[in-house]
Design a binder for this molecule. Structure first.
Ligand SMILES: Cc1cc2nc3c(=O)[nH]c(=O)nc-3n(C[C@H](O)[C@H](O)[C@H](O)COP(=O)(O)O)c2cc1C
Length: 304
């Protein structure tokens, strides 16, 4: 008999523990010709804000050893265009839809969260807090615990859907943020977002990115993410969707053994669009070979 690999994240029932990381898979149609979306445990779409956003000046991406630095600037069509143009497409698939939301003020988050209340085909809101809080000095919501709590509480009050704050890695204590998410009514957390980074073009001594700085993702950040997931999972009783440098089944299994309930594949989608399906199959094979009846036997099974 094959191992049952279905998992539950708040109200989301995922047929397997694998989703995609926001911003690396578009809104679905971009990848639908390359991978069977129905094989995913859930789809997580790129960040949506109340109004359309143009994003940062180019270049927006720099390749670095073992990863990439991006400064896309959260380009998106805005919540109305997303609902009109993409939800009818996503409705055709048999998988939960996680929408990543963001704003520059707490009111922005409330506005987007409220708009999705009338969209039954959206199952969960992943809250991107790695964006500037324009009312409080343009520091990111996700690296200041009080603004982090305000955003999570506000989205909780505005939405009955599963809510999943996405933690930034560069905070003094990840456990404080995971605990704050739980205290403010989150159903789960996802982690990690990119790590602030910069790259220089020595031929003319200019930054490689139009925005000067960006966020590092890809294999380079995987061990950092594993450590943070393990710390959060050990301390706080919330399901975790783990991401950061997954490019193989083994990377996904690391996260699950460290305590994650589900995983999300990001940067690797650009190199291998079918990687998610390969990882679903790889996880299934590993669990079957180890004679487990349910994936729960693997979650947080790290021996110390
Ligand atoms: C090009 C690009 C765009 C991204 N856009 C978003 C976004 O819109 N919202 C968000 O929360 N995270 C965004 N991220 C962060 C990823 O979702 C993920 O947390 C991070 O890249 C780590 O996973 P990875 O190493 O597998 O890529 C983006 C990452 C990349 C590379």
């Amino acid at each position: 008999m094959r191992t049952d690999i279905a998992v539950r994240i708040g109200g989301l029932e995922m047929k397997n523990p694998v989703t995609v990381a926001s911003g690396t898979f578009g809104y679905g149609p971009e990848y639908a010709g390359l991978v069977d979306l129905n094989r995913l445990g859930a789809i997580t779409v790129k960040g949506i804000s109340p109004q359309p956003v143009q994003g940062n000046p180019t270049p927006r991406i720099a390749e670095v050893p073992c990863g990439m630095i991006n400064a896309i600037g959260l380009q998106n069509p805005g919540v109305e265009a997303f609902c009109r143009d993409y939800i009818p497409f996503l409705r055709n698939y048999d998988l939960p839809v996680i929408v990543n939301i963001w704003g520059r003020t707490v009111e922005d988050y409330i506005e987007v969260a409220q708009r999705f209340e009338s969209e039954p085909d959206v199952d969960a809101l992943e809250i991107n807090v790695s964006c500037p809080n324009i009312k409080e000095g343009s520091k990111a919501f996700g690296t200041q615990i009080d603004s982090f709590k305000r955003v999570v509480e506000a989205v909780r009050s505005a939405s009955k859907k599963t809510i999943i704050p996405k933690l930034a890695p560069h905070v003094p204590s990840i456990v404080d943020y995971a605990q704050a998410a739980l205290d403010c009514g989150a159903d789960a957390i996802s982690m990690i977002n990119t790590i602030p980074a910069m790259a220089i073009d020595l031929s003319n001594r200019t930054p490689l990115l139009g925005n000067i700085t960006g966020g590092l993702s890809g294999p380079a950040i995987h061990p950092v993410a594993v450590k943070l997931v393990w710390e959060a999972a050990s301390a706080v009783d919330l399901p975790i969707i783990a991401m950061g440098g997954i490019s193989s089944t083994e990377d996904a299994l690391d996260f699950i053994v460290a305590g994650a309930t589900a995983v999300a594949v990001g940067t690797e989608n650009f190199a291998n669009p079918a990687v998610t399906v390969e990882i679903v199959e790889g996880i299934q094979k590993y669990l079957d070979a180890n004679g487990m009846t349910k994936i729960d036997e693997l979650i947080g099974s790290l021996k110390i």
